[in-house]
Design a protein around this ligand. Structure first.
Ligand code: ADP
Length: 174
């Protein structure tokens, strides 16, 4: 659990081996954190993304980071919230697991996540935070290759939700 940190900030500024993008299925850029990452990385990122031919919800694909401080970007597609009965929880958990799996395969030791799906995709943030933190903690227990996971929150309400979820996982480790 000491390997998970929650911070307030802009993920495009984070100096980690990889940052994760909350992308859409086209992988061709969009609003929110996706737009910010493409702007900061520069046009070469879009060029590489075009070659990836999209990504399914819950899956993840990796590219270089180009002008970002991070060496890699891991693009994952979170579920759109449709009331909670459409496999949203499982798909969100898959985003974290598949992103971390790609990180391990690429020798990544530090990785930063945004709050996947809780912006334009409207996933309730408390629920998303629990899924994210327990998924990350479970993965880290099984994989020693990753040193640090930073959850980068863009606003205070989001940060509080992730801090609370992290406290709960610390109190009740699965
Ligand atoms: P999604 O479509 O998966 O919901 P969004 O980008 O709309 O993705 O929102 C996901 C989260 O990312 C939201 O909490 C949003 O405030 C946050 N966000 C937006 N820009 C940044 C940024 N530059 N760094 C970190 N988080 C960001």
């Amino acid at each position: 659990m000491e390997r998970i940190r929650v911070v307030l900030g802009d993920i495009t500024k984070i100096e980690a081996d990889a940052i994760v993008n909350a992308a859409n299925k086209t992988l061709l850029g969009g609003g929110g954190v996706d737009g910010a990452i493409h702007r900061a990385a520069g046009p070469e990122l879009l060029k590489e993304c075009i070659g990836l031919k999209g990504c399914e919800t819950g899956q993840a694909k990796i590219t270089k980071g180009y002008r970002l401080p991070a060496k890699y970007v891991i693009h994952t597609v979170g579920p759109v919230w449709r009331g909670g009965e459409h496999n949203e929880d499982m798909l969100l958990a898959s985003c974290y697991r598949n992103s971390l799996q790609l990180a391990v395969e690429n020798g990544i030791k530090t990785i930063a996540f945004p709050s996947i799906s809780t912006g334009a995709y409207r996933f309730p943030v408390e629920r998303a935070a629990k899924i994210a933190v327990s998924g990350i903690a479970g993965f880290l227990k099984e994989h020693s290759g990753i040193d640090t996971v930073i959850i980068v929150c863009f606003d205070k309400k989001t940060m509080e939700a992730y801090e609370k979820a992290l406290d709960e996982v610390k109190k009740n480790p699965a």
